[in-house]
Design a protein around this ligand. Structure first.
Ligand SMILES: [Zn+2]
Length: 202
C-alpha cells in the first residue's frame, strides 16, 4: 500500500509545492498558508456545480440570439441553431456547436457530481478511473472558452444581408454562467480526496 503525504505527516504548499511538516502553518519558502487538502473543497464544489446545473436549464431554453429582418424578429435557442445549421448542410458547424455547447457542459456537471458523491460515500471503487476522469474534466475545462467562442461565431456567421441585425439573447448570459461556474467547480474540487477513502480491511 502506498502511503500518502497526509499519513506521513507531510504537507505540500499549494503555491510553490515545497514539502513541509504538517505542524507548519505557513510555507517556509513563499509564506502561503498551508493546508493538506483544499479547505471546504466539497462544499464549494457542490455550490458551484448546483448553480451551474440550475443555469444550464435557462441556457438551453432561452434564446441565445434574436435575428431582426425588416421588423420581423426570430429568436433561436442553442439546440435551435444546431438544427438550423444541420438543415442548411453546415454539418461540421452543427457538430461543433452541439458538442461544445450542449454535450461538454452536461458532461462536466455529471462527471463532477459523480466524483463528489463517490468521495462523500468514501467509495474505494475505481480510484484510478476517477482520478483519470478528473484529469479529463480539467482538460476539457481548458477548452470551455470554445463554447463562448462558438456562440460569438454563431452570431457573426449568420449573415442575412444589410437589413438584418443579430442580437445576443438572454440565454447567452446563462450559458456564460454555466461555463464559468463549471470551471470554478472543477478548480474547487481537490482530487486528492479521491485517495482519502478509508481502508476498511481490504
Ligand atoms: Zn510555498
Amino acid at each position: 500500500m502506498i502511503s500518502t503525504a497526509l499519513e506521513e505527516g507531510l504537507i505540500s504548499c499549494h503555491a510553490c509545492s515545497l514539502v513541509a511538516n504538517q505542524d507548519s502553518r505557513r510555507c517556509d519558502r513563499c509564506g502561503s498558508i498551508l493546508h493538506s487538502r483544499k479547505p471546504t473543497s466539497l462544499g464549494s464544489t457542490w455550490a458551484y456545480l448546483l448553480t451551474a446545473a440550475g443555469l444550464y436549464i435557462p441556457a438551453m431554453l432561452l434564446p441565445v440570439s434574436t435575428v431582426n429582418t425588416f421588423g420581423f424578429s426570430e429568436t433561436s435557442t442553442l439546440m435551435g441553431s444546431v438544427i438550423t445549421f444541420a438543415q442548411s448542410d453546415a454539418i461540421p458547424v452543427a457538430v461543433v456547436i452541439f458538442v461544445a455547447s450542449i454535450v461538454v457542459p452536461i458532461f462536466k456537471i455529471l462527471g463532477l457530481g459523480y466524483l463528489l458523491v463517490s468521495v462523500q460515500r468514501g467509495s474505494k471503487q475505481g480510484l484510478l478511473q476517477r482520478a483519470k476522469l478528473y484529469r479529463f474534466i480539467e482538460f476539457v475545462g481548458r477548452w470551455s472558452m470554445v463554447d463562448v467562442f462558438v456562440v460569438a461565431l454563431l452570431v457573426s456567421l449568420v449573415q442575412l444581408g444589410v437589413f438584418a441585425s443579430i442580437e445576443p439573447g438572454p440565454g447567452i448570459i446563462a450559458f456564460a454562467g454555466v461555463v464559468v461556474l463549471t470551471i470554478f467547480a472543477s478548480n474547487a474540487f481537490d482530487p486528492r480526496l479521491i485517495w482519502d477513502a478509508p481502508d476498511d480491511g481490504e
